[in-house]
Design a protein around this ligand. Sequence first.
Ligand code: 13P
Length: 246
Amino acid sequence: MEKIILGNWKMNPQEKEEAVGLAKEIVEEVDKGIIGIAPPLVFLSDVSDVVSDSSVMLGAQDVFWEDKGSHTGEVSIDELKSLGVEFVIIGHSERRGLGESDKEVNKKVKQVLENDLKAVLCVGEPENMRNKGVDVAKRFVSGELEKGLEGVSMNDDSLIIAYEPIWAISTQSEGPASVDDVLEMISFIKRYLKINDLDGGTPVLYGGSINRDNAGEFLRTKEIDGVLVGRASLEADEFLKIIKSA
Ligand code: 13P
């Protein structure tokens, strides 16, 4: 399977010019592969202009589950589509940490899939679960999958899972999870999808402290279908090196 490399810019950068500049540097160097960037909502329109004629996919970091109407501060799937958004990150641990529930995550996943965009569903256990052992971590992750994918029937390639153990995200950690730990959990997730008839060849990515130095060992591992990159996606040079290591 061709590797998928997505950048989650989170709440960065602070200036439009910087966002546009970063997108331009990436677009200039990327002409193939499954590469995507998810800038902050306010910069989507400007970054959309930059990526529109390129092979780089535009992503959003969230979406609301209702189609339209009185939902102050939210963004609809059609609004995202009108800017050329192709994928939406859903259920990131940083959003769950602010109170987003599995039920809300599930409604968002369905909204994205029903509207033919790619849904990147993030799952991953917190450190205290991992410390209780890998079986506890697996139970936590399968619980997130079960609730996040309730009512979803999959037979296309619109669903992407991103395994992001919270303890390995750069803001919480000195480095990534080990390739062995990631491989074990990703294999578990793939088995889970298969058993539950959700496997339409669903890619499963890893996210957490990926950088130019460690990306290669993850991307060379067959079962790891790609990476979701946070901090290192904010520097064009670093992100391009990650892409090259695929
Ligand atoms: P870092 O790459 O900064 O650890 O972030 C990972 C992440 O949360 C991507 O969604």
